[in-house]
Write a protein that binds this ligand. Structure first.
Ligand code: PGA
Ligand code: ZN
Length: 446
């Protein structure tokens, strides 16, 4: 007896910024399976299009049209097709891509399509009677030979378009690579986060402990070195020196204009840098602090700067991650590979709009010898899908915000559940730790 969809429902719900988003619930004989779609603020130009209603309700951010597209177009068409969920997700996703017919999912909406894709992934896993991470691993041709629990990169200081302070760079992340398990890594990160709070209170007063969109603090600082000094002091105060590395996402497309990077874009004083000057700034930061990962240091179409800086990042052993640059899109990945512009794919399922295409992008990145870094969005929900995704593809690291705020900790809590589940079943797994960057290729070659 095949397992088929018996209903597909959709609803308008809220994300962590209080903005509307799409929730989908599909039903099979195994039960009901739900997914809620995230949304970015520093969106790239090459992302699939999420439909927003415009008009007055919710300041134009409503998703009633996307919800209606699931209810009236995608849902009925899928019910008609009677796909067997035990076979997998690819057929369903390909059908939705064809049904939409546009190159960027702007017809039915990436938010509509992705909600169905994620909910169906859960239904497929249930049909096969396996956990979601196992199902996702099986959908990947080059699935790892053992379970790898990813190193979380916690965004503890928020800037850019995610906060109200004058910090230009968007994200400063701590990565407990020296921990022995994810439970220990999460504990250390939480301790550093609390130490950081105490330091911020001492330096700037209690009023400065407000947080940004991803749960990190947003004290009144501007310079990246101020952020990194605060973090290093917190790591020391928490007693974890040498065991925690740093990742930075400047999200530089947000402050690139007319050939210059304006580090003063959040204040009334412009501070325009050429890409060479910005590269020098990165180089100085990488020399001084334990930075292991740099994401979107240059704007999404500033190819020459990416190419130049990739030579530098390789010398410094820093992972160079393309977010807006790649938009989880295979065509952009090919372009970047040809230009040798970066060596890591930031994987955001809603940038491309189906789970299967996100897995195909992963596959291609692995073929190229790249790393893959799974990511949440700044507008999140308590949906913990990406925790299973990171384990399933064995990519060794993910970012899901600070160890704070429900929609962020949902992912970290799920990862601890998975770690314990694997331990209880006596299934071999390992925390990626220092091998986070090439965890997948190492596991493949064992
Ligand atoms: P976004 O930010 O979700 O607002 O795009 C995340 C990122 O830039 O990595
Ligand atoms: Zn980014």
């Amino acid at each position: 007896m095949p397992t088929i969809l018996t209903s597909v429902r959709a609803f308008q719900r809220l994300d962590s910024r209080g903005k509307p988003t799409v929730q989908v619930e599909v039903e099979t004989k195994d039960g009901k399976f739900r997914a809620i779609v995230p949304s970015g603020a520093s969106k790239g130009d090459y992302e699939a299009i999420e439909l927003r209603d415009g008009g007055e309700a919710y300041g134009g951010a409503g998703v009633r049209q996307a919800v209606q597209n699931v209810r009236e177009v995608i849902g009925p068409a899928l019910l008609d097709r009677r796909y067997d969920l035990e076979i997998g997700l690819k057929e369903i996703d390909s059908f939705m891509i064809a049904l939409d017919g546009s190159p960027d999912k702007s017809d039915l909406g990436a938010n509509a399509i992705l909600g169905v894709s994620m909910a169906c992934a859960r239904a497929c896993a249930a049909a096969k009677k396996i956990p979601l991470y196992d199902f996702l691993a099986g959908e990947l041709q080059s699935s790892p030979h053992r379970y790898i629990v990813p190193v979380p990169f916690f965004n503890v200081l928020n800037g850019g378009v995610h906060s109200g302070n004058t910090m230009t760079f968007q994200e400063f992340m701590i990565a407990p690579t020296g921990a022995a398990s994810i439970a220990q890594g999460i504990q250390w990160a939480s301790e550093v986060y609390q130490a950081l709070k105490s330091i911020i209170i001492k330096e700037f007063g209690k009023v400065a402990t407000g947080i940004g969109d991803e749960g990190g603090f947003a004290p009144p600082i501007t310079q990246p070195s101020e952020a990194l000094d605060l973090i290093m002091a917190a790591v020391k105060a928490a007693g974890h020196e040498g065991k925690i590395k740093i990742g930075i996402d400047p999200a530089s497309s947000e402050f690139f204009d007319d050939g210059y990077y304006d580090l003063g874009f959040k204040s009334d004083k412009p501070k325009k840098l050429t890409s060479t000057e910005l590269a020098d700034l990165y180089r100085a930061l990488v020399d001084k602090y334990p930075v292991v990962l740099l994401e979107d240091p240059f704007a999404q179409d500033d190819w020459e700067s990416w190419k130049y800086f990739h030579v530098v990042s390789k010398l410094h052993n820093v992972e160079l991650v393309g977010d807006d640059l790649l938009a989880t899109n295979i065509m952009r990945i090919e372009k970047a590979a040809e230009a040798d512009a970066c060596d890591s794919l930031l994987l955001k399922v809603n940038q491309i709009g189906t789970v299967s295409e996100a897995l195909a992008a992963t596959e291609r990145a692995y073929e190229l010898g790249w790393s893959v870094f799974v990511s949440h969005r700044s507008g999140e929900t308590t949906d913990d899908f990406i925790a299973d995704l990171a384990v399933g593809i064995g990519c060794g690291h993910l970012k899901a915000g600070a160890p704070c705020r429900g929609e962020r900790v949902a992912k970290y809590n799920r990862l601890m559940d998975i770690e314990e589940e694997l331990q209880a079943k006596k299934i071999g797994s390992s925390y990626a730790g220092k091998s986070f960057r090439y965890a997948h290729s190492q596991a493949k070659s064992e």
